[in-house]
Design a protein around this ligand. Structure first.
Ligand code: ARG
Length: 470
């Protein structure tokens, strides 16, 4: 059992059960690199402001470097009685450099220190996730480019509705993941604010230079209110909200992959390397990857609800409840990265059964609206046209044929306005290509949308990851 920094005030040793109950080291040890980087910057600032000497600062910085290497080599000893990563590193620093280590915590509290660590962690992870999203959007743009002439039924209520280009369907996902990326970019700006210097909650009597610390740690802004700084976890909640929405998008994609790869649809085949078999039924090939992405979505929603619930009853400023933030946050980050990563690898390897898609688009009266629209162009009001086509559909059903399989004479029984050019209008190709309204599925629109999508992707790549010197 180690000495506690607060021992002076206490008459009893901490109960062992309390030590293990309050310890967070198993979770926050993953923040060690940020904790050390933050401490190094803090030392430099303290020295520059004349609060410690330059000699003391360099002893501290060197000691911190040695501890970092020790952790990375796996030789560091963790101990519940030291609670968290901050106290572990400080205690080890005392062993490394002696009493000067006791100056490291001058003008700082664990409250602003932990806020710094998680902000540094999250900004780095968000950048990584942004790179994943750029790659995923690139995959959808490539898929769209490859499937500009594949037609499938578009669905509403999971009933066949109207034919669309498969490229148009892929670009719908491109749009969703673009919005996810935008949400993260806004979140990033609010994560990227230096909390260090708020101290416990009220600021400090030492003449610290927060702007200098911010510069050393590459923060473009410094937090404005010390009470808010140590009590705020909005930046995490925003991240978890954005992550939840992104997982929801991935989950909808998963659901479609599960449906489309079933024998009932037969639209796609999953690559063998990304499917699994059954231990009992030799014929089976299961879509476990999409199922698990769909299933893991619940964990990320759970993290959001957990932290919202943790925060809702807290008086200002820091409360120990907030230690519960990191487990769900780390889990959500890892789940999102894992899910994005596997789809970036898997989606380019899907096999597309264009024939099955085309067949499905050509059956089930998907051209009924187009027949009605045709009658409207011949002068019939839409409601009347709808009625005529309804009767034609009923007749076609009774003779077990599609609308385009009726003869001209049969069609004319329902409206004399139908002419021989109707058969061209009722092909899936025409149905797609005549939907030229902005954002519609016509091939020429989708080609233009794809060019724009590629351009945006380049712009976003540059704005997230500017070339050095730019
Ligand atoms: N382990 C704590 C956390 O994660 C660090 C801050 C502790 N502050 C305190 N006053 N006990 O929130």
């Amino acid at each position: 059992m180690s000495e506690k920094p607060w021992e002076g005030r206490f008459a009893e040793k901490t109960d062992r059960l309390v030590e293990s109950f309050t310890a967070s080291i198993d979770v926050d040890r993953h923040l060690y690199a940020y904790d050390i980087e933050g401490s190094v910057a803090h030392c430099r600032m303290l020295a520059r402001a004349g609060i410690i000497t330059a000699e003391e600062a360099s002893q501290l910085v060197e000691g911190l470097g040695r501890i970092r290497r020790e952790i990375e080599r796996g030789n560091f000893r963790y101990d519940d009685s030291l609670e968290d990563i901050h106290m572990h590193i400080e205690a080890r620093l005392v062993q490394e450099v002696g009493t000067v280590a006791q100056k490291l915590h001058t003008a700082r509290s664990r409250n602003d220190q932990v806020a710094l660590d998680v902000r540094m962690y999250l900004r780095s992870e968000v950048r990584e996730i942004a790179a994943y999203l750029i790659a995923l959007r690139g995959v959808f743009a490539d898929l769209a480019g490859a499937h500009l002439d594949v037609i499938l039924p578009g669905y509403t209520h999971l009933q066949r509705a109207q034919p669309v280009l498969l490229a148009h369907h892929w670009l719908a996902y491109y749009e969703m993941f673009t919005r996810d990326s935008e949400r993260l970019q806004e979140n990033f700006a609010r994560i990227n604010v230096l909390p260090l210097g708020a101290a416990a909650l009220a600021g400090t009597t030492y003449p610290i230079d927060r702007a200098y610390t911010a510069e050393l740690l590459d923060f473009p802004a410094v937090s404005a209110n010390s009470i808010d700084t140590v009590g705020d976890r909005d930046f995490m909640l925003e991240f978890l909200s954005a992550a939840s929405i992104c997982m929801m998008h991935l989950s909808r994609l998963s659901e479609e992959l599960v449906l489309w790869s079933s024998a009932e649809f037969g639209f796609i085949g999953l690559p063998d390397a990304f499917a699994t078999g059954s231990s009992i039924m030799p014929q089976k090939k299961n879509p476990d990857v999409p199922e698990l992405v769909r299933g893991k979505t619940g964990r990320v929603y759970g993290a959001l609800v957990a932290l919202l619930t943790t925060m809702k009853g807290l008086p200002l400023a820091y409360n120990r409840d907030m230690q519960e933030d990191k487990g769900p946050l780390f889990d959500a980050v890892n789940t999102l990265k894992g899910s994005l990563g596997i789809y970036i690898r898997m989606l380019p390897k899907l096999t597309i059964n264009a024939e099955a898609m085309q067949r499905a688009a050509a059956t089930g009266f998907l051209n009924a609206t187009d027949l009605a629209d045709y009658l409207v162009t011949q002068g019939l009001p839409f409601r009347k046209a709808h009625g005529c086509v309804g009767q034609a559909v009923a007749f076609a059903l009774s003779v077990k044929r599609e609308l385009h399989e009726l003869t001209l004479e049969e069609l004319q029984r329902f409206s004399p306005l139908v002419k021989a050019d109707i058969f061209e209008v009722l092909t899936t190709r025409q149905m797609v290509d005549r939907r030229r309204s902005l954002g519609g599925t016509a091939t020429e629109n989708v080609k233009a949308a794809l060019a724009l999508a590629r351009q945006r992707l380049e712009d976003d790549r540059r704005s997230w990851f500017p070339a050095p010197g730019a």
